[in-house]
Design a protein around this ligand. Sequence first.
Ligand code: SIN
Length: 492
Amino acid sequence: MMNLSPATPGLTANSPLFRTKSFINGAWVDALSAETFTVTNPATGEVIASVADLGQADVRAAIEAAHVAWPAYRDLTAKERSALLRNWFTLILEHKEELATLMTMECGKVLTETRGEVAYGASFIEWFAEEAKRIYGDVIPANTNDKRLVVIKQSIGVVAAITPWNFPLAMITRKAGPALAAGSPVIVKPPSETPLTALAMTYLAEKAGFPPGVFNTVTTSKNAEIGLELCENSKVRKLSFTGSTATGKLLMRQCAANLTKVSLELGGNAPFIVFDDADIDAAVTGAMASKFRNSGQTCVCVNRLYVHDAVYDEFVRKFSDAVTALRVGNGLDSTNQQGPLINEKGLSKVKHHLEDALAKGARIRVGGQALDGLFFQPTVLIDVTDEMIITREEVFGPVAPIARFTSEAEVIQLANNTPYGLAAYFYSKDVSRCWRVAEALEYGMVGINEGLVSTEVAPFGGIKESGMGREGSKYGMDYYLEIKYLCFGGIS
Ligand code: SIN
C-alpha cells in the first residue's frame, strides 16, 4: 500500500523496516479480531498503510509475555543489557534515512527535522546503554554496631510506554531506553497516527537481540480501551506517557487502581521573553528554532512571546522577516522547512485560536491563512493580550503571538500565570537578571539565551500540570527502578 515514488528518499517499497503487524513475545502478529486501521500521510492525504488494530485481549497477551520475560531479562548482567542497547543504537543510526523518511511520511515533519530526530532518539539509547552499568546502590553507616545497612536498586517490572505522534521515534527511545537498561520489559503503544516508525524501531530492536517478550509493540486505534488495560492490569508496574494534560490526568486516575507508578510529560504553555538588554538577533534565532520546530507541534515550542517595549519594533520586524522566509510544503522535499499540521483537529484548533485573537484585537503581521490540505502559513500575530485563548492554551501550530511588556516583575507574573510549567525561554545579557528570572520562572526547564534545550544528557520534564518525572540524563533511570533497603543484623 505504501506509495513510494522513485524520488522518495531513503526508503524502498520492500524495505524490511516497513511493518504493519504488531510485535508480541518475539512474533509479528495481527489483531485477534483481524481488524486494521489506516495510516495517512498528512502532507498528501494518501493512505500509506493498514496496520493491525489490537484490542484488549491482544494487549493482555503482550503484558503476560513481558511479565514472563522479566525475571530472566532483569538477571542479565548490566553489561549484557548495555550491549543489547548498544546494538539497537547502532542499527538505528545505520537506518537513519529510512527511519527519517518513514517518519516524514506519517507525521509530516520535514526531513531535516526527522533526520535530526533519528539522531536525537538514538542518543537516548546510547546514553542509557552507558547508564545501565552505573545503577549503583549505597552502603549506609549503620545505627548500631551489629548491623550493616545497604541500599540496592532493582528493576521496577513491566513498563508501558504510551507515545505521541509529534516525536514518533524519540519518545519511544526516551522511555524504552531507561526501562530496558534497568532490566524492565516494555510494551510500546504508539499513537494511531504514527505506528510505522514505532514498528520499524521494533524491527530494529528485534534485530538487536532483545529476548522474546522484552520488547513488545501494540498498535491500535482503540486508545481508551488499551489505555485502561495498560493502567489497570496489575502486571504493569510503571506507565510512562507523553501527550495532553487531559489524557495524562485520566491515565493517572486509572493507575490509582493498583498504585502503578507514572511518569507524565504533558502539555506546556511556553513563554519566550525578550528583555530590553537582549541580543535581538540571537533572540530572533532562538524564537524561530523553538516556535517553528515541527511546525509548532512540540510541547516545548514557544507558545507566547513577550517583548520589552523598548525593543518591540526591532524584534517584530526581524522576526517577521525570518517567518516570511520560511518554505512550507511536503517534508519529503528537503528544501521545505515547515510541514503540515497532523490532522483536521489540529488545523481547526489553530484557526480557532487565531479567530479568537483577532476578535479580541490582535493583528496579523505575517501569514494568517490556511493553505491546501493541512498546511497553514507560518504566522506572526501582534497586539496580543493575555485575555486571548492563544496565550492561555497550547496552540500546537505555526502561529507566534507577540505581546509587549515594560517591567521584569510584570513579565514574570505574566509568564507564571498558567497552570502549565514545562519550558520557558528568555533573552538578556545581564547576568544578575539571568539568575533572578531563571529562578523566578515556575517551569521544569528554562532556556536562557537559548531556544532549544532538549538533549539526552539533561533532565526533560515539567512541573504543575505539565507532568511529573524526568526523562533522559542521570535522573531518568530513577523512575524505572525501585529502591530496596537491606538490613543485615547479627554482625559480630
Ligand atoms: C515533546 O514535544 O513531547 C518532546 C519535545 C522534545 O523532546 O524536545
